[in-house]
Design a protein around this ligand. Sequence first.
Ligand code: NAD
Ligand code: GLY
Length: 359
Amino acid sequence: MESFTVGLGSRSYDIVLGIGLLDQPRAFEGVRDAALAVVVTNTTVAPLYAAELVQCLGRRHGRIHTIRLPDGESHKTWPTLNLVFDELLSLGADRKTILYALGGGVIGDITGFAAACYMRGIDFVQVPTTLLAQVDSSVGGKTGINHPRGKNMIGAFHQPLRVIADLDTLRTLPEREYRAGLAEVIKYGPIADAPFLGWIESSIERLLARDVEALRHAVRRSCEIKAAVVGQDEREAGLRAILNFGHTFAHAIEAGLGFGEWLHGEAVACGMAMAADLSAAVGLLPASDADRIVRLIDRAGLPVRGPALGAGRYLQLMRVDKKAEGGAIRFVLIDRLGHAVVRGVDDAQVEAVLEARCD
Ligand code: NAD
Ligand code: GLY
């Protein structure tokens, strides 16, 4: 078991990473006691891990209740959020109640947002069980739900008390979900760490085979990079936007196809291929480096060609992106491997990339 800190002053917290943590009460030591704890999970993850978590929490809390939400991105909505509020109120949850988000990014985002809003803010702990959630969504305090008109449009910044990432849980993850998580691992190379990009290239076969030591390094390094970025820019005044490499295109794919059609990680993978092309098209990045990014995404078994929504529709959807200013889209681009910038690009250059990279 190892841990490191997300440094945010009074809101600092630890990410605890290891194998078999859901059997180790030690991983939860230091999380305060509560008369009521509520595990928020879904119908897929509950039968796999809810009993283990509840047992591990043991007598730390007076009473532990489990809420099982419907599974899927299409349920990351206001009605699902309201189910959590309904149950919290009927349980008599108060300001000292602690929520545990047990699941992937959808559960983490909904639970974190519920925690941010309930009685104007209660504590929560992230227990991520997907690769994507362990390397990205459980860290950094972005919480929220989708709106039919845009991805993650309704939300709040609310940091967890702790993140407990048990690598064992990744063994039951369906192959497609696992690969989707690799997209967010790959992301950290181009934006922040060229040697890490090289390591992923040379380790991709081990990662695809879920080799536990390769996974441990991938999760650790991803979390270290994310913690460093969030520690400098918690509320995305500037730097944090680089974590959205590929996401402007990705959010358009997800909203354009209907949430849940492509997995978030798949959309991010394809979005990174588009953003790499765009970085080359505007003259920031050598084409050979853009190709290197695209090749790695492809080797991870992730999509590098986008759905044929039409360039006009992509542009329309991308204007709803949270990075847009006054309707002008801003893209995360790579200006050298291991470093990203955020800037606007002429529509014509974006359209040319979309036409070349879509079916
Ligand atoms: P997800 O939460 O939908 O989980 C993927 C699937 O795997 C689900 O069906 C889930 O029930 C199942 N599952 C989870 N753990 C499992 C396990 N151990 N074994 C078997 N099945 C398991 O998807 P995700 O990829 O984890 O997260 C995507 C979401 O995260 C998106 O909504 C995205 O917007 C969000 N996100 C948020 C942030 C952030 O900073 N808050 C960052 C990145 C992504
Ligand atoms: N996943 C982007 C961020 O946390 O800022």
